[in-house]
Design a protein around this ligand. Sequence first.
Ligand code: AMP
Ligand code: ZN
Length: 438
Amino acid sequence: MTQLRFYDTMRRTADPFEPLGEPVRMYSCGPTVYHDAHLGNLRTYVFVDMAKKVLRHTGLTVRHVMNITDVGHLVSDGDEGEDKMEVGARREGLTAWDIAKRYEAGFIRQCLALNIAAPDILSRATAHIPQQIDMIATLEDKGLTYRTGDGIYFDTSKIDDYGKLTGSSREGFEAGARVDAGDKRNPTDFALWKFSAEGEQRQMEWDSPWGTGFPGWHIECSAMARQYLGDQIDIHTGGIDHIAIHHSNEIAQTECCTGKPFAHTWMHGAFLEATDGVKMAKSSGEFLTVFTLEERGIDPLAFRLLCFRTHYRKRMLFSWKHVEDAATALRRLRLRIKTLNDEAEAVPPTSEAANRHIARIEAALRDDLAMPQVMVELQTILKSKALEPGEKLGLVARYDSLLGLELRREIDGPLPTDLAKAAWEEATRAGGSDPVTL
Ligand code: AMP
Ligand code: ZN
């Protein structure tokens, strides 16, 4: 069988995937819950879902952790401006805590509609403040931090390999210096702990050895990955916007704390673009969600299929025509399968022709998630003259739950969501929090 390969952003190659041990330890940066996740965010989670399912499909066990960013993600990546949670709270006249609950629930509902499986652990940043403080204290003990008027910062000039994920040097950052450094010593330095402003009572704030305030966005992922997965992990995922800042900063913090390489494989999904060259973003006013699809009578799984039509590392331009085409394609696939089912009963696919299809699907899945090829192969199977209808159904049955498209829906009806819901709730409990009401 073809060896599984995933593209790693750091090495810039798709090397054969060798787990550090079992279970495979996988961490995914989760949503910032100040607004609904949009279809761009969800494109990233669809690719993460397939990466995890393909790992399991190859027989590996996986321990998957995803965080919920419910504090500390500031409006600007340069550690300036308001906390996004407070912006959300003001926008809706609710507390930051209620905003977090509302949009965490919304995120999970959208994942359920897209058949994105729950992580094993869903961990909220606000439920892991002591772990974040501990890690900052370790960095402080190692002489890697300094204090400014507004917080405790990581001094990136103290480490030689800062920015190794992007391959760009610190000199480049300094010469270009488009980042406003404020009180920072170096433009690439970043906040570990921010103080609540003098005389201001924030809705989300905690005591710390440095003063009342809240953790920086990057330290939450370092602390929670370490808490649940240990010092070294197999796979870390996110969108490409995380490469230069968020993940570069996670690497700096974690590796300085542990003295070991952090993640073996860094996987990043390309953007869903709202218009040519412009990523879909929560901050840009109008954005699209699964709820928008539902309002227009479009099956959310059509969006999952649409995601499969473009490789996850290629940019994808949103258009309603593409979504509607995908919805039509999905309907046709299901009807074709229903017709086959009326003619024959599924049998295990064992013929030579069937084995050739299996080999091609397996090779595509293992080739850094070449989902476009998988979808082409599926069409080829359904059109094949060499395969008996029963074998075609057998092949569909073999890959249906892996793909998560409910290809047998015309036969079995929609998947009941109870189990999937319970898994999200369980993941939240495993992350030390009460589940939100779904
Ligand atoms: P956020 O909620 O902004 O923290 O983002 C959640 C995830 O979505 C992160 O992994 C981002 O990198 C990713 N992301 C943000 N915008 C897009 C987009 N337009 N297309 C694909 N992924 C995105
Ligand atoms: Zn993160």
